[in-house]
Design a protein around this ligand. Structure first.
Ligand SMILES: Cc1cc2nc3c(=O)[nH]c(=O)nc-3n(C[C@H](O)[C@H](O)[C@H](O)COP(=O)(O)OP(=O)(O)OC[C@H]3O[C@@H](n4cnc5c(N)ncnc54)[C@H](O)[C@@H]3O)c2cc1C
Length: 299
């Protein structure tokens, strides 16, 4: 199938990009494996006009609005290969579809790598979280912990007392010093150096953490900054330039969201140094507009 624009990834960024392009009457196919980063959370918060909606409701609303445009198509599949071709780019999917596109927007998101501590993964997005603006309000006025995964966790620990009494678990590895330590103490943060070996609780609820020295500290919410990883093979196939951030690697883009390969754009968490649903929508919108302009001015 020949299309104007192929969008790989159909969540906040990909569908926001699609909206601009179908309104510009371009033939757009979105390939989506329907596994968004926030799939572990019951609701999305902090997104203008969408506060409290479930990820599924947001996706369904976006798709219903896009399907009103005749040049939109969703393919529920996974893109497995992509290469430059005379028309632009040719992509193939796991189910054997072949698409030829003049431009491509990558919006595949990233993968979170959580510390391998029992009790973390199963409560991720519920009472083990990373973003206070997304889920912090729901954990207000509880005893809260920050599990340090890098020195970035000091910044997080300094913020969390706005939601509840905070303990920074340094894991014996990331110990704040000097002004950073003084700032944390002035914010009322308690420090605990014995590493967390297990997160305790019932079902989705955190009730405490077991430390290596055998003590248990009661908490009802735990913040963890995950490492982010680019896991899609498409990025290597296209030989895209990568940029390092304190959270992990992202695809390097310019202000118009074009990557180091002409005609390939990247939006959302995949290329955003600051990541949330709103930033993903904004960058997808920019990519959509930029692709439309490039179809006019760069042909
Ligand atoms: C637990 C959790 C809760 C969160 N809660 C909030 C919140 O409340 N509010 C908020 O603003 N932000 C929240 N976030 C952040 C938010 O989820 C992300 O910023 C946002 O999802 C990024 O959107 P995206 O479109 O870039 O990528 P994603 O939403 O991750 O979507 C990427 C899509 O691409 C698809 N895909 C990947 N590879 C392929 C392929 N090869 N072929 C086809 N499709 C592919 C995936 O299946 C997926 O559907 C949360 C994050 C986490 C981890």
């Amino acid at each position: 199938m020949n299309v104007d624009v192929l969008i790989i990834g159909g969540s906040f960024a990909g569908l926001a990009a699609a909206m601009q392009l179908v309104r510009a009457r371009k033939k757009v196919v979105v390939i989506d494996a329907n596994s968004p980063r926030n799939r572990f959370a019951e609701a999305s918060h902090g997104i203008f006009c969408l506060d409290g909606k479930t990820p599924a409701e947001i996706r369904a609303t976006a798709l219903a609005q896009l399907r009103a445009y005749p040049t939109f198509e969703l393919m529920e599949d996974s893109a497995s290969a992509i290469e430059p071709s005379p028309e632009g780019f040719t992509a193939t999917t796991e189910r054997g579809q072949r698409l030829i596109a003049k431009r491509v927007i990558l919006a595949m998101g990233i993968t979170d790598s959580l510390p391998a501590i029992p009790g973390v993964q199963e409560r991720w997005g519920k009472t083990v979280i990373h973003c206070p603006y997304c889920h912090g309000y729901e954990l207000s006025d509880r005893s809260l912990g920050v599990l340090a995964t890098s020195e970035m966790s000091f910044h997080q620990a300094a913020m969390i007392p706005d939601w509840g009494a905070t303990t920074l678990f340094t894991q014996g590895q990331f110990k704040p010093e000097g002004d950073t330590l003084q700032h944390l103490l002035s914010r009322g943060v308690t420090l605990e150096h014995s590493p967390i070996v297990e997160v305790l609780g019932t079902d989705a609820d955190v009730e405490g953490v077991l430390l290596l020295d055998g003590r248990t500290v009661p908490i009802q919410g735990l913040y963890v900054g995950p490492r982010i990883t680019l896991t899609s093979p498409l990025i290597e196939q296209l030989k895209l330039e990568i940029e390092e951030t304190p959270l992990g690697s992202i695809v390097k883009v310019d202000a118009m969201k074009e990557s180091s390969v002409k005609g390939i754009y990247a939006a959302g968490d995949l290329s955003n140094p600051m990541q949330n649903g709103t930033f993903a929508i904004a960058s997808g919108t920019m990519a959509g507009v930029a692709v439309h302009r490039s179809l006019i001015f760069d042909e």
